[in-house]
Structure formats: C-alpha cells, structure tokens
Design a protein around this ligand. Structure first.
Ligand code: G6P
Ligand code: MG
Length: 222
C-alpha cells in the first residue's frame, strides 16, 4: 500500500511552469535564442543554471560565455520570474489539487513537496499552502537535482518509508526520470510526449483522482 505522496511544485501544484517558460523566453529574446515549447520541456524540473546551459547549448553559445556572465543571465531570469510570481494568490492552486491534498490527509497519507526551486517557499506562502505538506525538500536539502533521484529519496528517507511505497507526481521529463530511478511509482501530469516514461499519466491536474492513482499502483503490482 502506498504511504507517501511526493509532489513537484512548478506545474503540478500551480502553473509556475508557465512563468519559468515566459522568463526563459524573454532571456532567449535578449540573447537571440528561440526558446520554444519543445526546448522548454527540457528545462522543466532542472535547476536554474542547468536550464541556462540548455538554452545556450540550443544555440551553441555555451562556450562563449564566462561563468560570471552566466551568473548574471541566471539572476536576470530570476528577477523576471520573481516579478511574475509576485502576483500568485490562493486561487492559483491548480484544479483538483486542494481536494486531492485534503483527501490524502483524511486518509492518513504522508505528504511531501519535492522542488529544487529556490523560490518554492515563497510560492507556497503565496498559495496559502505553507502548512499543507508534512515535509518540504528544497534546494538546501539535496546535492543533486532531477533527474537524479535524490529529491524523492530524501523525502522518503525523512519518513523512513520504503521507496516502493512512495508515489511521485511530476509534470517534467526530468522529474519522471528521477521518480523512476528512485524505484517509486511515477504519476505524470501533462502531455504524453514528454511523460511517456511515467507509470500513470493524466492530461491535467483535475484528472488526478486518488482512487484511480492507487488502483493504477495496485495493478502495476508495485
Ligand atoms: C523547478 C522548475 C524549473 C526551475 C527550477 C529552479 O525545478 O521546474 O523550471 O528551473 O525549479 O527554480 P528557481 O526558482 O530556483 O530558479
Ligand atoms: Mg515541475
């Protein structure tokens, strides 16, 4: 029986994945690099600096930039992003998520948040979800970002729950890879193309139904 649910934040709890995209697109415009949605799929779930590296690599500009310049572009992206997330309010919690959290608590599941975003606490506060999770894995608790499994194993280890009794919910390819390599059951939210490696996939958060997820977990004989 599953015991712990670990949720990604950006793109699962709220639509900040779109804000990250808008900010990277803006940076791309200034650098003369087209950041389209296909490239953006590969930015989801990965750290700020790794995202910048992937943007630069898309235009073979990676080697031309000094570390100092990269730091400046990364801060610039973050400043744009922070302006966008300043407008977040409790009604920006994605459809079905509040209900799912409530049901998980009623049914005594443990709940964790697994996000590498240094803005995670700010976003949770804005959403009014500061007390919703029993444990939050943030950038300070891990050494390796997604697709490394540490974000997810760190949460399971905190509760001393075996990995096979954990379910991770993600909107990114890197995140699904991280959950899978942790030996956990992966739930993907979004388009099949990017998430085909997930054990169970829904098209959007309103389709995240606890009974169906647990049923899929059982059918997979996890
Ligand atoms: C999450 C998002 C990524 C973002 C990363 C770092 O993983 O999905 O798109 O790059 O967090 O976020 P930060 O807010 O620290 O730049
Ligand atoms: Mg995400």
């Amino acid at each position: 029986k599953p015991q712990l649910f670990i949720f990604d934040l950006d793109g699962v709890i709220t639509d900040t994945a779109e804000f990250h995209y808008l900010a990277w697109r803006k940076i791309g415009e200034e650098l003369g690099i087209v950041v389209d949605r296909a490239l953006n799929e590969r930015l989801k779930g990965v750290s700020r600096m790794e995202s910048l590296n992937r943007v630069l690599a898309a235009a073979s500009q990676a080697k031309e930039m000094t570390e100092h310049e990269k730091e400046q572009w990364a801060s610039k992206k973050n400043a744009i992003y922070q302006q966008l997330i300043d407008t977040i309010k409790p009604s920006d919690v994605l459809p079905g998520i509040s209900e799912l959290i409530r049901e998980l608590k009623e049914r005594q599941f443990k709940l964790a948040l697994g996000s590498a975003s240094r803005n995670a606490t700010f976003v949770l506060d804005k959403l009014g979800l500061q007390d919703a999770f029993d444990y939050v894995v943030d950038a300070s608790k891990i050494r390796f970002g997604k697709p490394h499994p540490e974000t997810f194993t760190n949460a399971a280890d905190y509760f001393s729950i075996p990995y096979h009794a954990c379910i991770g919910v993600e909107d990114s390819e890197a995140g699904i890879e991280a959950i899978n390599s942790a030996g956990m059951f992966s739930v993907g939210v979004g388009c099949l193309d990017a998430l085909h490696q997930a054990n169970y996939i829904v098209s959007d958060t309103s389709q995240l139904k606890l009974d169906r997820i647990v049923e899929a977990y059982r059918l997979a004989a996890w």
